[in-house]
Write a protein that binds this ligand. Structure first.
Ligand SMILES: NC(=O)c1ccc[n+]([C@@H]2O[C@H](COP(=O)([O-])OP(=O)(O)OC[C@H]3O[C@@H](n4cnc5c(N)ncnc54)[C@H](O)[C@@H]3O)[C@@H](O)[C@H]2O)c1
Length: 414
């Protein structure tokens, strides 16, 4: 619980009953204590500001935080419940029971997640642990895994629980979609990207040598369980990469989330995750099968995918998308779609969270060629999703080649 120093002094009184504040200047003593403890307090995943609240209001805010949030996508093509709760990993088995997700259960995770979080997961559920990384998203893994699911006793009445980042979610979800012609699955995302993006919307897939996610199905998890405390063990670069997608969500439709990112130096509390995932929930609810507005989620990705490939994957997906968003926002300003200043605002917030906003390692010509290859693979024409303002992204925009070339040339300097 946090409060302004003046309020703390008022609440504590000046009668000298508190030994640490007993001197002549309690304000100064409190400020020094707060200063000394600041980094410890900042390590807490959440806090409640109480200065402007009554006792009842502060208690209600704390209760909301502890009991978490439940979000729903409720369309015939995609029904999902997303539960966000601190400590949800420990409550996983109860949550499955509450939702009648009984029958044989099998848990899938990767080695890193198992090392970091395995002790918090239910020990009684048979667990398959795979090596980490995008390289596992193959049809060969699907064959192996489906064999292991059969050996572990999963049947049509059972549930596969995929605990990990987007790789475990995409691979596990795809296996669940084909094993015995489809079994239920639960997503337990453990990266920022998987919590705010990959776990919502029902897309599952594996890669082919010809391209990423070329074999896949819409097969939404019956339940998504997100525990923001799981992010504590996430490597810093993975955390930053996920924040790129959060900035994207804020630019698409949540100016207050962008303002929060502009003033905060950290991200990952339950209200943060709830705000970021709500944007995806809203979009998927409007367009469950990716026929129209879901294309706004491609903001930053047309140029981002080309950068990822041009760097030979030295840039993570999130880093490439960060640079891509700045470039595409500049393109939007150049063609008169965006208000002046939008690109700078996006660049500054990304830089504040440690993300790159320029890349000098790719020639504009080769980026342009990679954009064409990517679009051809996706079977789509070259159309961009571009911001008009913070909170409003338009999709299906055709751009002038000369202006695109100028924008690509600018990427080296940001
Ligand atoms: N289905 C969708 O809608 C969708 C959307 C976006 C991305 N994706 C897919 O998501 C994948 C990327 O996902 P990602 O960024 O989560 O990467 P990831 O799954 O590879 O996880 C990143 C790394 O962090 C480790 N890790 C995960 N959680 C951890 C934790 N809590 N503590 C310690 N280590 C942890 C993993 O082992 C891995 O090494 C891509 O394959 C992409 O195609 C899917």
């Amino acid at each position: 619980l946090e409060a302004e120093v003046a309020d703390l002094v008022r609440r504590l009184g000046r009668d000298g009953a508190r030994p640490l504040l007993g001197g002549a200047d309690p304000e100064r003593a409190l400020e020094e204590l707060l200063h000394a403890r600041r980094s410890h307090y900042e390590s807490f995943p959440s806090s409640v500001e109480t200065s402007a609240k009554s006792v009842e209001q502060a208690a209600a805010a704390a209760e909301r935080l502890v009991s978490g949030e439940v979000l729903h996508v409720d369309r015939p093509e995609c029904r999902q419940t997303i539960e966000l709760r601190y400590g949800a990993l420990e409550d996983l088995q109860d949550m499955l029971r509450e939702r009648s997700l009984t029958g044989p259960l099998v848990l899938l995770t990767d080695e890193n997640v198992n090392r970091a979080l395995g002790s918090r997961l239910p020990q009684s559920i048979p667990t398959i642990v795979i090596p980490p990384g995008e390289g596992l998203k193959t049809l060969a893994s699907v064959e192996l895994l489906c064999g292991e699911l059969a050996s572990a006793g999963l049947d049509r009445g059972g549930t596969l629980i995929a605990v990990g980042g987007g790789v475990v979610g995409d691979l596990g979800g795809f296996c669940a979609s084909v094993f015995m012609r489809g079994v239920r699955w639960v997503a337990v995302p453990t990266t920022v990207l998987a919590m705010v993006d990959a776990s919502v919307g029902g897309k599952t897939a594996v890669n082919l040598p010809a391209g990423k996610n070329l074999v896949g199905r819409f097969h939404p998890p019956a339940l998504v369980v997100s525990d923001p405390l799981a992010l504590a063990t996430l490597p810093e670069r993975e955390r930053r990469s996920g924040i790129a997608e959060v900035v994207k969500h804020a630019v698409i439709s949540d100016p207050s989330l962008l303002a929060r990112l502009e003033s905060a130096s950290s991200f990952g509390s339950l209200p943060d995750i709830a705000a970021a995932v709500s944007v995806k929930v809203k979009i998927v609810a409007c367009d469950p099968l990716e026929e129209n507005v879901r294309a706004t989620l491609n903001f930053g990705h047309t140029i981002g995918h080309a950068l990822e490939a041009a760097s030979l994957y030295a840039l993570t997906h999130g880093e490439a998308v960060a640079i891509g968003m700045v470039a595409e926002a500049r393109l939007a300003e150049r063609i008169g779609v965006a208000r002046a200043g939008v690109a700078d605002r996006i660049r500054e917030v990304l830089a504040r969270h440690g993300l790159p906003t320029a890349y000098a390692g790719a020639a504009p010509g080769s980026l342009r060629a990679l954009i064409s290859v990517d679009k051809k693979k996706a079977g789509s024409a070259l159309r961009f999703a571009l911001p008009a303002d913070i909170g409003r992204v338009l999709h299906g925009i055709v751009v002038d080649e000369a202006l695109l070339a100028e924008t690509l040339a600018e990427i080296a300097s940001g």
